[in-house]
Design a protein around this ligand. Structure first.
Ligand code: AHR
Length: 655
């Protein structure tokens, strides 16, 4: 009986294997152009993505402005916190006073963000604003990077002395080169000698930041963004744009100008760490709008800033009084207009001048602006309308992005889409953090969208496995499958960004995420590789791809296959993406119909993502467990044949 069953199942498998899925790609008629913005990134300061993450600053609470003034610091000896510092919007500083004792020291120690990650032989730039307050000629401080766990006599990884010789506030800096790699180092400042020294804005950056900028970004994380080849860069969030309340919304004007004077903002996500005694998640705004625009430029993506529409986070505030009344929106609308001036205005304009003074006289050529994040209810269109009118009047060239709310369908979604049409939004931002079943059923999601309405921006999405909220392989595979539907509908879908982007392994509150990191290393998830495969193989035009005359959307009878095809005019190649979401091998035969008679394919390659374990993921310990594998394939004539392993995603490129 058992034997018979085995034979039957073997025959069944073989018959499934033998069954060839015949796909046809129509190559003689180019479909919709693929927008350069099609695949991109969405950055939000969640999971310690900015301070403690992408932003290269290694000192937490560098300006002593956290509500608990010395949070992140240990002060020892004789010291005093004062509030008449040189930076108006960050007035706190610390006066270090002589301990007047040969064996007692005065100083400060900073814990960094989950420690300070330093690498042996790399150079770190320490800087501090300081002065001598008591009329003495000169004072000295010693700056050290230490390993707090080490039992060595001095625990020292690097040390330098700085002479403070001015009575006016002055910036001093020195370079430190640690002798060992340590993910959880600390920074110590000792007062040397019998005098006082005032210290403010204590900072430590790797010298080797992304593109070498002084107020720069962590190189490996920015490189990971660059390697995605993103076409669009949405920033700075998410819910942080709205704020826990209006006071804590992201205020872009506070995020530009000299970093020392950018005021601290409470992070909307700071209350989501139940285990912390007191929140320590703030935005220094060191990574501000100038830095976001610059990064967009450097990674080759169009900037897409999101600004507050005057609604505080609606998840946290259901009372209308938490929001700005529509009649009082003028300052918010002015913020939007000023932002356009900051990004694009001439150096003879107020905000264009600010940009130029920061080092970028050329405009950033911003083309898109999102107004409001994930807003909903009648209040949203009511708030949005005056923005649209004012911006259209002064800047008809800017494309405006509205929201379809927090859900992928349902009452709010159905209400908001027509409202966005009525208001003339150029794009509508849809969000969907949904489970496997949803992703498997959405291959044809955009096939019947209105071709004349606003374009789609799939602004936040990720497959959240039921009971498995981590980056497991199967979720990424389903994202790849779903994305064939974005590509097939490139005439209506103009942008798509996975979310969230970053997460610190010790500081996350939301998962899955695209890129994980600790203080020294970063991990590209399988979802990252899916995004990268699309970003680097987006082509220039969609091509019609069918199986038995139908789009390949994982529908009944399609053997769990999802597929799409594009032409790449830059190198004259056809690119076919196929996801096999079934549990068995699938053979495919792809006919390139419409190729000129007598011509044949000359070369081909296949990049494959696959894993035997659906729950497997890339981790800090095993960052390359699942990575795309590329191989050349033999092609001849006008078709290609291939076998797809169970649960795999393949990108074929043929010339
Ligand atoms: O990406 C995390 C959050 O999800 C975003 O802040 C918000 O827009 C959505 O609810």
């Amino acid at each position: 009986m058992k034997r018979n069953l085995m034979i039957i199942s073997l025959l069944f498998c073989l018959s499934l294997h033998a069954q060839v899925n015949r796909l046809t790609v129509q190559v003689d008629k180019l479909g919709a152009p693929i927008q350069s913005t099609m695949y991109g990134i969405f950055f939000e300061d969640i999971n310690f993505a900015a301070d403690g993450g992408l932003y290269g600053e290694l000192v937490k609470n560098r300006s002593f402005e956290f509500p608990q003034t010395l949070q992140g610091w240990k002060a020892f000896g004789q010291w005093e916190v004062r509030t008449d510092g040189p930076f108006e919007r960050n007035p706190h500083y610390v006066r270090l006073k002589s301990a007047a004792h040969p064996h007692r020291h005065t100083g400060l120690e900073n814990e960094g963000f989950f420690g300070i990650g330093v690498k042996a032989g790399e150079t770190y730039r320490f800087s501090v604003w300081a002065r001598i307050p008591d009329g003495k000629e000169a004072g000295k401080i010693r700056v050290e990077l230490i390993n707090p766990k080490s039992m060595d006599e001095r625990q020292g990884l690097a040390s330098q002395e700085i002479t403070i010789d001015k009575q006016q506030w002055t910036k001093y800096q020195v370079e430190l080169t640690p002798t060992a790699t340590e993910p959880k180092a600390r920074l110590r400042i000792f007062l040397l000698g019998d005098m006082s020294v005032d210290v403010e804005h204590v900072s430590l950056f790797p010298v080797d930041t992304w593109q070498g900028h002084e107020n720069g970004l962590r190189k490996d994380l920015a490189q990971a963004l660059y390697d995605l080849h993103p076409g669009i860069f949405r920033f700075p969030g998410g819910c942080i744009v709205e704020g826990t309340d209006l006071d804590t919304r992201y205020n872009w004007k506070n995020s530009v100008g000299p970093v020392e004077n950018r005021p601290l903002n409470q992070n909307r996500w700071q209350y989501t760490f139940d285990y912390k005694f007191f929140p320590d998640y703030y935005q220094s705004y060191g990574l501000g709008f100038y830095e976001y625009f610059l990064l967009s430029e450097e990674i080759g993506a169009e900037p897409l800033p999101v600004i507050s529409v005057g609604l505080a986070c609606q998840f946290q505030n259901d009372d209308e009084s938490a929001h700005v009344p529509v009649a009082e929106l003028d300052p918010y609308i002015q913020d939007a207009l000023d932002l356009i001036e900051f990004a694009n205005g001439g150096t003879d304009t107020k905000w264009g001048r600010v940009r130029a003074d920061m080092g970028h006289p050329e405009p950033f050529h911003m083309k898109f602006l999102a107004i409001g994040n994930e807003q909903w209810g009648e209040t949203y269109p009511q708030h949005l309308e005056p923005f649209v009118k004012a911006i259209r009047k002064q800047h008809p060239e800017i494309k405006l992005v509205g929201s379809a709310g927090p859900n992928s369908e349902g009452e709010q979604f159905d209400y908001l889409w027509p409202e966005m049409k009525r208001l003339g939004a150029d794009l509508v931002d849809e969000h969907f953090y949904r489970n496997e079943k949803w992703f498997l059923s959405q291959g044809a999601r955009y096939d019947n969208y209105d071709r004349k309405g606003p374009k789609v921006f799939a602004g936040e999405y990720a497959c959240h496995g039921t009971g498995k909220k981590w980056n497991h392989y199967y979720a990424s595979l389903l994202e790849a499958a779903f994305m064939t539907g974005l590509e097939r509908n490139a005439d209506v879908v103009h942008m798509a960004t996975y979310a969230p982007l970053f997460a610190h392994v010790e500081g996350w509150q939301w998962r899955p995420d695209l890129i994980w990191f600790d203080n020294l290393e970063c991990v590209r998830t399988v979802s990252y590789y899916v995004q990268q495969l699309y970003g680097t193989h987006k082509g220039t035009n969609a091509l019609k791809l069918t199986m038995n005359g139908k789009n390949v959307t994982g529908a009944e009878g399609q053997n769990g296959l999802f597929a799409s095809a594009v032409y790449d005019a830059q190198n004259g190649s056809y690119i076919v993406k196929v996801a096999n979401t079934s549990d068995h091998y699938q053979s495919i035969d792809v006919q390139f119909a419409g190729m000129k008679k007598g011509t044949s394919l000359t070369s081909g390659s296949r990049i494959l993502l696959t894993s035997p374990d659906m729950d497997a993921e890339n981790t800090i310990e095993q960052p390359a467990l699942i990575v795309p594998q590329e191989q050349t394939i033999r092609v001849s004539g006008q078709s290609l044949s291939a076998d797809l392993p169970p649960y795999s995603f393949a990108v074929f490129q043929v010339k």
